[in-house]
Design a protein around this ligand. Structure first.
Ligand SMILES: NC(=O)c1ccc[n+]([C@@H]2O[C@H](COP(=O)([O-])OP(=O)(O)OC[C@H]3O[C@@H](n4cnc5c(N)ncnc54)[C@H](O)[C@@H]3O)[C@@H](O)[C@H]2O)c1
Length: 459
């Protein structure tokens, strides 16, 4: 018999809900873990051999517990009735309507989940904010839950997720820290202890931080804002490098060796993507505006604007260096995912760069090892010539240029001598991630445009 106290539900079976619950189920075999979602296709795929998301190691992790103490279902209500601890990991996108449109977080999915929990619960519950939410969201959620007329008590915890897509399984297994925020009441403290006990199955105690609930909510937004800010900072310098013949990789290396700065997140590229950075910064900006802190809001908003500039700059550099026209020229895009080792394309720079090139009447040949399905969906309905390829050597056939967008390792292992022979001449490579061997490409005959460093051209 399953101990009723050791029952967990996660509402939302996405990039966060699926992997986090698979990890908890694997590490805590005495817990029954259910993941529920209204999206029946997604649930069917979680129950199949073709998982709805790609992450290294995820298939094995899910296979370890699925059917034993890990279950995927569309029956959210039953899940609520039968579980003591309820994580909510639904999407919290940027609001597209009404007040705060374009910046504030859209909390409608979260509020719907909270109301459903309130309606279906027949006993006290611990509700855990796993989604990224604005600071003080827990207050509103707690109010909604406590408005129940059944005399039930709900405890609300904040437990933001810091995993990075592409390394989700490793990040969950060895997190830098787990953060749990709770209300400063005896009940809040007890609930927090319950969650600490779960993570302590595999995370060293000193890495499990407990804070007040507002600090926890704030830390998630600030963590993403700081990470994105480093990318925008180095990308801004890449533009200056291209004007001055300084080399951004040499600069990153030199400054990163300063232990006060550190070397991580200092690689210049086509810009950050992913579902979180932009929306979380805009959420932070909106909060600052709401609390009448316009200078703070403007400071963080510039991180997003710099990112848009970098995406635009990359596309414009292609056009300018291909003799100011890409009209009817075929450009092969290497990569569409927002980063390597994921099929996720949400907010990928590839989307914006594709649209800019299509606006210039280029024809695109797209290849990505894992993101083709999403790429097709992202560009569906786009006017222009776009072809999708399962084989990179087919994508480059007759192309005038290659634009490398995603840092997939396999791109470094291709036979560029063969690729050169398949392309139109002069052949161009724009390496948006600086992962290729530029000198070698140049010696093969390519005109090479790395990012933030001098071009290697034959004319
Ligand atoms: N993706 C990341 O890398 C990442 C990392 C840390 C935090 N987060 C945060 O975690 C949250 C979830 O992100 P994600 O990437 O997993 O999103 P996602 O879009 O992949 O998944 C969310 C899921 O919630 C489901 N859902 C929505 N409303 C529902 C409802 N009422 N009942 C049941 N299911 C419902 C959707 O169908 C979807 O499958 C967001 O707040 C995000 O900011 C994401």
């Amino acid at each position: 018999m399953m101990d009723q106290d050791k029952t967990i539900l996660c509402i939302g079976a996405g990039y966060v809900g699926g992997p986090t619950m698979a990890m908890i189920a694997a590490k805590c075999p005495e817990y029954k873990v259910t993941v529920a979602d209204i999206n029946a296709d997604r649930i069917a795929r979680w129950n199949s051999d073709r998982l709805p998301i790609y992450e290294p190691g995820l298939e094995q992790l899910v296979a370890q517990s699925r059917g034993r103490n890990l279950f995927f279902t569309t029956d959210v209500e039953k899940g609520i009735r039968e579980s003591k601890i309820i994580f909510v990991s639904v999407n919290t996108p940027t609001k597209t309507f009404g007040s705060g449109a374009g910046k504030a977080a859209d909390l409608q999915f979260w509020e719907k989940s909270a109301r459903l929990i309130m309606e279906c619960a027949t006993e006290d519950k611990i509700v855990v904010e796993k989604s990224t939410l604005p600071v003080r969201a827990a207050e509103a959620i707690h109010r909604i839950l406590q408005s129940n007329t059944k005399g039930l008590n709900f405890s609300v915890l904040s437990n933001p997720e810091f995993l990075a897509e592409g390394t989700a399984v490793a990040d969950l297994e060895h997190p830098d820290r787990v953060l749990i925020g709770s209300m400063t009441t005896p009940d809040g403290h007890d609930s927090m202890e319950r969650l600490v006990e779960i993570y302590a199955h595999w995370v060293p105690r000193e890495k499990i931080l407990t804070t007040n609930v507002w600090s926890s909510e704030m830390s998630k937004l600030v963590s993403n804002a700081m990470l994105a800010q480093r990318i925008s900072s180095i990308n801004s310098i890449s533009a200056l490098c291209e004007k001055t013949e300084a080399d951004i990789q040499e600069v990153s290396h030199a400054i990163g060796m300063d232990s006060r700065i550190g070397g991580k997140f200092l690689r210049a590229g086509v810009g950050f993507g992913g579902s979180c950075f932009k929306k979380d910064i805009l959420n932070l900006v909106y909060l600052c505006e709401c609390y009448n802190l316009p200078e703070v809001a403007a400071y963080w908003e510039q991180v997003v604007r710099m990112n848009e500039y970098q995406e635009r700059r990359f596309a414009e550099r292609i056009v300018k260096n291909m003799f100011n026209t890409v009209s009817n020229k075929r450009i092969a895009l290497f990569g569409f995912a927002f980063k390597a080792d994921t099929g996720d394309t949400r907010e990928s720079p590839a989307i914006h760069i594709s649209n800019l090139l299509i606006g210039e009447h280029a024809s695109l040949a797209i290849y990505d090892p894992k993101a083709m399905e999403n790429a097709r969906a992202d560009l569906a309905g786009t006017e222009g010539k776009i072809e999708y390829f399962e084989d990179p050597y087919e994508a480059v056939r007759g192309a005038h240029a290659i634009a490398l967008i995603t840092d997939w390792k396999e791109f470094t292992a291709y036979d560029y001598g063969k690729i050169f022979t398949l392309m139109e001449k002069p052949a161009f490579i724009f390496d948006g991630r600086n992962i290729l061997d530029h000198k070698r490409l140049y010696s093969i005959g390519f005109n090479v445009f790395p990012l933030g460093k001098p071009a290697l051209t034959h004319f």
